[in-house]
Design a protein around this ligand. Structure first.
Ligand code: ADP
Ligand code: MG
Length: 355
């Protein structure tokens, strides 16, 4: 739901135009002339195609509760458009497979509704992402926890009605999951405690973006950017220049705290407290929960991570938000870049220099 990253250059949507043969005079005097005419048409077509340059295709879809922006630079506009359509279908498939909201059944919801200690077989894809999520949980010392579902449902930030006050203290206490409550043997998973509900909200969007980029590549696309409300993966370049990315200031809308020129294959994700929050008795309550206290994490306004995939950048930006400034060292050790704004507005780390 965040919009912490702004692609300042995306507003431009220069369309390439190919002039068609209808602009040419019709002179079919003889077979020879017809052949010459056809040759000229083809030559002019190729000339104008070469002049027009690659198409810069920009499309927006509503997926995973947020506006997902696709930008593709490609010589073939039709290919770019069908690649985007296929990527959007894939991302919607992932939302359907991982969401814990809505009425349509999926394996994650099934896991969350069966009684504790009942084995549930999760599809390979869900199993794999859960294994990765549990690894981030372990590495982050529990700052990131995919078993937070009960708490997240209680706070209600992702529900239909935005909350306006915190839940009762006792209800929060009762929803905090134990440190270890999810186990598996192969694809058979169990939760050992009723307070453990899976919630992929902090990692599935990044995963969907990785899958979206994979589908674009399968269609032959080499230069593209997908922005899922602040979760970004980009490949190649934006025409003759790099992709311009700005990291949004967490408190001053329209201002950026760092500008980046990126190209190649970069995943960059921000978690912030400024899109899904409410103010109650002068205090801000937001959707990034400290799994140990059950309350929104304090001391940070936004955390941005660059990692080798959008999946990892998504998980780690949430983890870093909860860890706070102390977590930056871990990002250095993992060779990831991180930028953090603390509750006083002080900026730590850098996405430009290797730290
Ligand atoms: P956004 O979805 O706004 O881009 P995040 O990627 O940081 O932000 O994910 C936030 C979502 O992740 C929450 O809505 C909730 O579903 C879940 N979540 C909140 N706190 C945590 C946490 N500490 N660990 C794992 N998931 C969390
Ligand atoms: Mg995240």
């Amino acid at each position: 739901m965040l919009k912490p990253l702004m692609q300042e250059s995306f507003i431009l949507n220069a369309e390439s135009q190919i002039m068609g043969s209808s602009a040419l005079p019709h002179q079919p005097d003889s077979d020879k002339n017809v052949a010459m005419f056809r040759f000229l048409v083809m030559a002019l077509f190729l000339f104008f195609t070469a002049c027009s340059g690659p198409a810069d295709v920009h499309e927006t879809r509503f997926i995973m509760g947020t506006l997902v922006e696709f930008t593709v630079i490609d010589d073939d506009r039709d290919r770019a458009e069908s690649a985007i359509a296929a990527a959007a279908v894939e991302m919607q498939r992932i939302e359907d497979a991982f969401t814990i909201y809505g009425d349509r059944p999926n394996a994650v919801k099934a896991f969350n509704t069966v009684a504790p200690d009942t084995p549930v077989e999760l599809p390979d894809e869900v199993s794999q992402l859960l294994i990765l999520a549990l690894k981030v949980k372990q590495q982050s010392g529990g700052a990131f926890d995919p078993a937070l579902g009960e708490l997240n449902l209680l706070w209600g930030f992702s529900g239909d009605d935005a909350p306006s006050s915190p839940p009762p203290v006792q209800a929060i206490e009762d929803a905090i999951p134990p440190a270890h409550c999810i186990e598996h043997q192969g694809r058979q998973w169990i939760r050992t405690d009723r307070r453990c509900l899976l919630d992929f909200g902090a990692i599935a969007k990044g995963y969907a973006i990785d899958r979206g980029i994979a589908v674009l590549r399968q269609h032959g696309i080499r230069n593209a950017l997908i922005n899922g409300g602040g979760d970004i993966r980009l490949i190649g370049s934006h025409g003759k220049r790099p992709w311009h990315i700005g990291i949004r200031h967490p408190r001053k809308k329209g201002e950026v705290i760092e500008r980046l020129d990126l190209q190649g294959d970069v995943s960059i994700v921000t978690s912030g407290d400024y899109e899904r929050f409410f103010m109650y008795q002068g205090k801000r309550y937001h959707h990034l929960i400290n799994p140990k206290t059950g309350w929104p994490a304090t001391k940070v306004q936004s955390a941005t991570v660059i990692a080798s995939s959008a999946t990892l950048a998504d998980a780690w930006s949430t983890a870093l938000f909860v860890q706070g400034v102390d977590g930056i060292k871990m990002q250095q050790e993992m060779n990831q870049k991180a930028l953090l704004v603390d509750d006083q507005g002080k900026v730590y780390g850098s996405l430009v220099k290797s730290q």
